[in-house]
Structures are given as structure tokens and as C-alpha cells.
Write a protein that binds this ligand. Structure first.
Ligand code: MN
Length: 236
């Protein structure tokens, strides 16, 4: 069978450090690449480009993965930037919003992780909480606990795509200081933590799936996270 081509939206860093001579680089975290390959997919890195190129990029792939990273500019959900917001990248926001629009037009499934899930919600008219550290009883930024270690429980909605993989209750890792506030009416909340932070969303009709945790950090340590990539590559 022909391998599914999985486009992974890339990020940029202006100073890559000593090993790479401080060059500016385009990249995706290797966890996404390795997990897609392990699931039998063909991983394509989609570097940040011009919005008009989104159509051609999307036409080359079967599915899109939106990864974690910078905070999304609040201008995309109609708010001023709070002092608590972290570093952003408007060019990345704009290019990925164009990728989402094109994926919807071309009926290509989207799997969105962390920032990616938040961006998907924003693309459909939802809003974000710019910082949750003040409000939550749960530690959602778990460093320095190792990245693959699950640290907080989630509850999952019965009969959701995620519940088929994780059951009704599971434990996941957590590396976010922002979260979905108003969820777009195009999505169902399918996973949440006990402090009522949204941890998973889906739209089964349009094949859109988002998680707030990082399966890319744990695909080789935890079967449930590899099962999620298997689902994304082969069934979403
Ligand atoms: Mn969390």
C-alpha cells in the first residue's frame, strides 16, 4: 500500500547554537518525524512560507500535523497581548492559519498538538487563556520532570476518538501555560483535566483532532502515545 504522506508544519529558530554555527534554521522536533515513520507514514517537513504557497503544500500531502511551540498572537482572537504571554511568531501563525484553511478546502485531516490545538480553535473562532499558571490547581508546565513522564490525569468523553485510544481516564504529560478558553462550536471537548482545562478536541465530520499534551515527547516510551500516532497516520 502506498504510504500516507504526513506534512508536519515547521518552525524557525534564528540562532541554532554552537553545534550549527548559530545559523538560522527551519526545523520540526524529531519526535513527530520518528513517530510518523514508526507508524508507517512518510514524513514531510513543511517550512514556514508565504501564505499563497499553502495551497501547493497541502496538495502534496495526505494529512497535516500542527506542532507545539510559540504562543499564538492574541490579535488572531481579538485580544491585546497580556504581560503573561510568551514569545510569539506572527509569520508562523499566519502561515499555519493558511495551511488550516487549505486543508479544510482540500478535505485533508489535521492532527494538532499543544499550540497546534490552540491554533485550530482560534482558526474556527475560539479564544485562548493567555496564562493559566495563576488559576490552576494542577501543574500544567511539568519541567523539570522528564518530558515523557505523564503527570496529570485527564477524563475522556465516551465514544470520542481519543477515548478509543486512552479509555475513560488516562494520564498525560503537560508542557503548556496557555489553554483553550472559549471552544469553537465546531469542536467537541473530548478530554479535560480535573481543573477543567481542555486537553483534547475533535470534529469527526472534518477529521480534525487536537490534544494539549505532547505525544511526540513520549511515543517511544508509552504505548498509548504511539497508538495515537498509529491512529493519525493510518485512520484519521
Ligand atoms: Mn495539561
Amino acid at each position: 500500500m502506498k504510504k500516507k504522506i504526513i506534512g508536519i508544519a515547521g518552525n524557525e529558530i534564528q540562532d541554532s547554537g554552537e553545534t550549527l554555527y548559530h545559523l538560522p534554521v527551519s526545523y520540526v522536533p524529531n519526535g513527530y518525524v520518528k513517530a510518523v515513520q514508526k507508524a508507517g507514514g512518510l514524513a514531510f517537513v513543511l517550512p514556514i512560507g508565504e501564505k499563497v504557497e499553502a495551497k501547493d503544500y497541502i496538495s502534496q500531502i495526505d494529512k497535516l500535523i500542527l506542532t507545539g511551540g510559540q504562543d499564538i498572537s492574541p490579535k488572531f482572537y481579538g485580544q491585546a497581548t497580556s504581560d503573561l504571554a510568551g514569545e510569539g511568531s506572527v509569520v508562523r501563525d499566519e502561515f499555519e492559519l493558511a495551511l488550516i484553511d487549505e486543508a479544510l478546502l482540500q478535505n485533508k485531516p489535521i492532527f494538532a498538538v499543544c499550540r497546534g490545538m490552540q491554533l485550530l480553535n482560534v482558526a474556527f473562532g475560539g479564544t485562548l487563556l493567555q496564562d493559566i499558571s495563576y488559576k490552576s490547581s494542577i501543574q500544567h508546565m511539568q519541567s523539570p520532570t522528564p518530558k515523557e513522564v505523564p503527570t496529570h490525569d485527564i477524563m475522556l468523553k465516551e465514544s470520542s476518538l481519543l477515548a478509543k485510544i486512552y479509555g475513560n481516564v488516562a494520564k498525560v504529560n503537560s508542557f503548556h501555560h496557555q489553554a483553550i478558553d472559549q471552544l469553537s462550536s465546531d469542536f467537541q471537548k473530548t478530554a479535560w483535566s480535573s481543573d477543567d482545562i481542555i486537553e483534547g478536541i475533535e470534529n469527526q465530520r472534518q477529521n480534525l483532532l487536537g490534544v494539549q499534551w505532547h505525544p511526540d515527547f513520549a511515543y517511544d516510551a508509552l504505548q498509548q502515545e504511539m497508538d495515537l500516532f498509529n491512529y493519525v497516520v493510518n485512520s484519521l
